[in-house]
Design a protein around this ligand. Structure first.
Ligand SMILES: [Zn+2]
Ligand SMILES: [Zn+2]
Length: 332
């Protein structure tokens, strides 16, 4: 009876499969399906690699193994590992810390495939002694997650919440390089969400509203600040809180473009830099929870759906504040 070596009905997310019999006979039929390769190993070393097709194993198509077994035509020992070259999808999720040590949770999806089966087997399968499809899948997920944690931790919390698209792209490039070292191609990465604690979300609120990380970091805990604000309209004024409205107004105001002078008579005098008009009327409002620009006066963020709390004068206020930190108005 002819020995048939074939990966029958690979599972949906099986990246590799090891042929269970390690004794191979010359003349055996090796069936390699589309999007597969068969790798012959012995003692952790890779010898011959065969691509899709129906192969009768001869001294011709396994030259390296043939040399090793000493030109004998008797059965020989080898491990046959099938590698799927299809694209796989993986989910990830984990926790890390930002540059300011803010705890963040993240989750999403990634897509990858084996690009270099020999490198992949050398680095992952043989290198880690993982001969089981599940173990390989687990290893890749852990490797991806570790890279994600490492790369995300180099960003600030404002970057993560305000510029997630940019961060995603940059992290993707770094992870692609990591994956290439394993013989894998990281096809795409999608960060579906990031989250942090309530405390840090409030801090983020101030970071985004004032754009002044230093001042916000100097405030003790944001809870204390919110508690101060809650006491009375004047309570905040004696503390560092009084800084906030000022910082808010100091933010760069758009300079109106120079008007070309077209009329007769005297050219208009050069414009004086405008004195600070109430900042909130000129500023594009941003959602303090996801950092996206929102329509003026919006009650809910159209991007993340979060409710935007406001004082009677329309200033955005943090959750739980009893008085507006900008104008002191009482919040119902
Ligand atoms: Zn939002
Ligand atoms: Zn107000």
């Amino acid at each position: 009876m002819v020995q048939v070596i074939e990966w029958v009905n690979p599972g949906e997310d099986e990246i590799i499969w090891r042929y269970p019999n390690e004794v191979i006979k010359w003349g055996a039929q090796l069936i390699v399906h589309e999007y597969e390769v068969a790798v012959f190993m012995r003692d952790g070393k890779i010898y011959d690699v065969l691509g899709p097709g129906r192969h009768t194993l001869t001294t011709q198509n396994l030259p390296l193994l043939y040399k090793l077994v000493g030109g004998s035509n008797s059965p020989f020992k080898a491990t046959v590992i099938f590698v799927s070259m299809k694209q796989f999808q993986g989910r990830y999720g984990g926790e890390t810390q930002t540059r300011e040590l803010a705890p963040v949770k993240y989750y999403g999806v990634y897509w990858f495939k084996v690009a270099d089966p020999v490198l992949f087997i050398t680095e992952v399968v043989g290198g880690q002694s993982l001969y089981d499809a599940q173990d390989v899948t687990k290893f890749i997920r852990a490797y991806f997650n570790e890279g994600m944690m490492k790369h995300l931790s180099t960003y600030s919390i404002v970057d993560l919440f305000q510029n997630l698209d940019v961060v995603s792209t940059q992290v993707k490039v770094k992870l692609m390089e990591d994956f290439r070292r394993l013989g894998l191609e990281l096809v795409d990465v999608k960060i579906e969400g990031v989250n942090t604690t309530d405390e840090w979300r409030q801090r983020l609120f101030w970071l985004m509203q004032t754009g002044n990380a230093q001042a916000v970091m100097q405030m003790d805990t944001v809870k204390q600040v919110a508690a101060e604000l809650g006491k009375s309209p004047g309570a905040g004024m004696g503390t560092g809180m009084v800084l906030v409205p000022q910082l808010f107004q100091q933010q760069a105001q758009p300079i109106p473009p120079a008007q070309p002078y077209a009329g007769g008579g005297t050219p208009p005098a050069p414009q004086q830099p405008q004195q600070a008009a109430p900042a909130q009327t000129q500023q594009q409002e941003i959602c303090p929870y996801c950092g996206k620009p929102i329509p003026p006066g919006a009650r809910f963020c159209p991007y993340c759906g979060h409710e935007i709390k406001r004082c009677p004068n329309g200033h955005i206020v943090p959750e739980g504040a009893k008085f507006c930190p900008v104008c002191g108005a009482k919040i119902e």
